[in-house]
Design a protein around this ligand. Sequence first.
Ligand code: GDP
Ligand code: MG
Length: 162
Amino acid sequence: MLPVIALVGRPNVGKSTLFNRLTKSRDALVANFEGLTRDRKYGEATYDGRRLLLIDTGGITGEEVGIDEEMAKQSLAAVEEADVVFFLVDARAGLTGVDEVLARHLRTSNKKTYLLVNKVDGVNIDIALADFYALGLEKVCPITASQGHGVRSLMEEVLSGL
Ligand code: GDP
Ligand code: MG
């Protein structure tokens, strides 16, 4: 069984962009409109010669009815399947109530969770990170999924812990 990493977070925070970067596939559609990836998507990644399974999810909106409810279920199922969780938030949008709800769930889930503060391009990183420390997660990593900044050191730390 390969180590499994689940990517969770609100829609539009950059989960599929990171999934595509790590899997180098076109499997997960990246789009500007929210909620496009509605199911769990699996992709294999090889990093420093080690194989990993990534799960991309549709995202949690906090208004879980209909399709949103299904997306939330998929996200929570992905967390259950994972050894490591990448919880993405958007540095440009700042901290939201949905981030807080998800953080609470992840803190109690006993999964190794990395809080990935994405889209730090063009923002003051220290200011952007400050808000997100309030989520009470130990591992906080600024990244840009689209440019790949911070991704190598993140993956090195993840792999060293597997
Ligand atoms: P998802 O809904 O969480 O899967 O988010 P997507 O991966 O579809 O990305 C949503 C939008 O954010 C897209 O327009 C991406 O190009 C953009 N995006 C993703 N990563 C970054 C980043 O590091 N910086 C910036 N500025 N935009 C990003
Ligand atoms: Mg997506």
